[in-house]
Write a protein of this length. Sequence first.
Length: 489
Amino acid sequence: MSTTHLSDPPASKPGDTSFFGQPKMLASLFSVEMWERFSFYGMQGILLYYMYFTAAQGGLEIEQGLAASLVGAYGGGVYLSTILGAWLADRLFGSEKVLFGSALMIMAGHIALALVPGIPGLVAGLVLVGVGSGGLKANATALVGSLYGEKDERRDAGFSIFYMGINAGALIGPLVTGWLQVSQGFHWGFGAAAVGMAVGLAIYGAGRKNLPEEAHRVHNPLPAAERTKYALIFAGFTVVIAVLLATGAVNAGNLALSMAYAAIGASVLYFALIFSSKKVNGTERRRVGAFIPLYIASAAFWALFQQQFTFIAVYSQEKLDRNLFGWEMPAAWVQSINPVFIIIFAGVLAALWTRLGSRQPGSAMKFSVGLFVMGLAFLAFIPLAGEGKTPLLALVGILFLFTLAELFLSPIGLSVTTKLAPEAFRTQMVALFFLSVSLGTTLAGILAGLYNPNDELPYFIGVGGTAIILAVGLAAASPAIKKLMGGVR
């Protein structure tokens, strides 16, 4: 670790326990992230249906397989855009300003989806929400990490509580938008997402003046002499993207695969940049090396988990028995099952990690358990394969396995990333974790296109079995990974 990082005092005193035993600042970040997730998951809960439903149903009549791949590409784009948000925070504006500007962009995107009909509204809305969500996610996570000193054992528990806030929004969002979509139409659902983001902005804006100085800090300021160079680089990227879209080299049919290549390329470049930086010392460089297998495991995990919005969304609409005492539940409500379990069990896991302290499993082993359980969740579909409707309770049980897997990997991934991050790349290291989510989310859309409802077993066995094999390999490598971490758990 760099001398600067070691000499810095903890971002919050160990005695600061005013929010469920955690630093007071966690409450503000909990709130803005909760309402942002309300809007994001509320919109995403009905997005696929909006794309492939017929015009008579209020949809855009996009072919179902293509729509699923586009949803995956969109989700991948959200996490890919964390690079831009992290870079702007670390080099120009600081995390707090980028977070606030990103929230404004998200609200504008939901308004576009609500008020602008057809493909133009879809494109404008998804671009604004995607870029804005990427900027908000990386910086909210980095700010949570800044609340804890390196050896503060509350860190994993704090991230689990923060994660519970995320899922409170993720629970309520699809319930509201799903009901509005069925009763009033898709655009009412998108409008509710805009209102949710506005509420989050109002709450967060009221407390901005009370944020600590660390929230405004630019960790690696960009020298004024280099700003023109980087402006030209960004302009060049914009031109290249515009040319690829205008010529049809990147189109709706290959967008998901293009997004996957972009995530892989960006990840390789980011790792190379960090490894070669003179601002990264030997200890930090080894810790970044330890992050590589965690990155791969994370991408594999999200390729399965994010199929909630692709394969499982279609499965819920077409194969799930949603009849509750004579009333048919909106298919979008299935997206709220996982958040219910998260809210119930996130606190349990947070308390467990706090109680175990230094005796809790290392991050690599937690990742392995999460990936293994995720594989089991897909294997659990095997008895349900074939004709006939799937009982709602059966899918609830499978989504419970999704939840257990998520709690072992996602909040831990956010936490370990901030612990392994070099001082000069704090927020950008968080962006690297989200790049693994970007790659996995894009793959979730691609994989969903391989599902054949007439021959389900190969899909469930192939996807679930691959995850379990990777999990076993990661568990075997965990002692070596722990050694590279240099004291970080």
